[in-house]
Write a protein that binds this ligand. Structure first.
Ligand code: NAD
Length: 303
């Protein structure tokens, strides 16, 4: 088996005070990387540093809300000041403001776009400036979501931000290839503060947390739903030399499941000489490109 070793590498993980980000940071540190922990919650960030150093790893905390250019620059500066370089940027920080479209406020929309989409853009831009200057390549790992891949009820803001993140990764894979920097999205599913109250998952997560009862196969394999730690190995792989040829991908992970999401592509085409009028489309739709429409939304769990 390939040994994944991050010794000598320096990583930033945004939103790593708890949940998936904490699991990513602990996994990166366990593989040998020095890690800059970031969160808006100072106590959570300090506890994350304590956990990593107690395990023999190296970590410092930078408490700042990601979104702005200044925050992104502060994170990169912290990595360079503390450990001399930056090799891996993991953008994971996230918030939810779920509401159906007609009840969603401008603030709900802007808050989610600010943290997820803008936070990913600013942090990766700042990281890439540094990685390009170092001239030794690098790794960008961003957080997508099934909601961004498929759409999800009540998540106009979140689905838009996550779909945008997937689109940015495909763009960066092209732009960063020459510099030896890979860019990939993790599409996780895991029991965290964000998900463990979802009704079909809640009793199983409670049984796991309270009584140590393992999640059933229907969840771990069928739904690809497990713990934050189940997701972390993928981030460490994507941060390492072992993933050198992997870029521009959206990789699903959760429970016992690892998956590759398809990229958007044309699945059916039709041609009309001279172009398509509305009438011609109306006539052709049911028998050509509209014959098998694409699905949308995350399929309901089958438990
Ligand atoms: N849990 C899942 O199943 C799941 C599924 C798909 C995608 N994701 C994505 O994974 C990422 C982590 O999710 P999670 O489930 O661990 O959530 P979580 O709520 O447990 O953790 C998110 C962390 O981000 C921090 N944070 C929020 N705003 C911030 C900001 N502006 N700057 C810095 N830190 C900030 C929070 O304080 C928190 O510690 C998110 O991007 C989320 O959208 C999670």
């Amino acid at each position: 088996m390939t040994h994944v070793d991050l010794s000598g590498k320096v990583a930033v993980v945004t939103g790593s005070g708890r949940g998936l980000g904490l699991a990513y940071a602990r996994s990166l540190a366990a593989a040998g990387a020095a890690v800059v922990i970031n969160d808006v919650d100072a106590d959570a960030a300090a506890e994350a540093v304590r956990l990593i150093t107690a395990d023999g790893g190296r970590a410092v905390a930078e408490v700042v809300p990601v979104g702005s250019t200044e925050a992104a620059q502060a994170l990169v500066a912290r990595a360079v000041d503390s450990y001399g370089r930056l090799d891996v940027m993991v953008t994971n920080a996230g918030v939810l403001r779920d509401r159906v479209l007609w009840k969603m406020t401008d603030e709900d929309f802007d808050t989610v776009v600010e943290v997820h989409l803008r936070g990913t853009f600013t942090c990766v831009r700042a990281a890439v400036e540094r990685m390009r200057a170092q001239g030794e390549g690098g790794r960008v790992v961003v957080a997508g979501s099934p909601a961004g891949q498929r759409g999800n009820f009540g998540q106009t803001n979140y689905a838009a931000a996550k779909a945008g993140i997937a689109a940015m990764v495909r763009t960066w894979a092209m732009e960063l290839a020459k510099a030896g920097i890979t860019a990939n999205a993790v599409i996780p599913v895991a029991a965290t503060a964000m998900t463990k109250t979802i009704p079909v998952f809640a009793p199983h997560v409670e049984a796991l947390e309270k009584d140590g009862i393992a999640l059933p196969d229907g969840l771990r394999k069928g739904e690809g739903f497990g713990t934050a730690e189940d997701v972390a190995g993928l981030v460490t792989f994507l941060a390492s030399d072992a993933s050198a040829g992997v870029t521009g991908q959206c990789v699903g992970i959760g429970g016992d499941k690892l998956a590759l999401w398809s990229h958007p592509r044309e699945v059916s085409v039709a041609y009309a000489d001279g172009g398509w009028s509305a009438e011609a489309i109306a006539a052709a739709w049911p028998v050509t490109v509209g014959r098998t429409p694409e699905t949308f939304g995350i399929p309901a769990p089958q438990l």
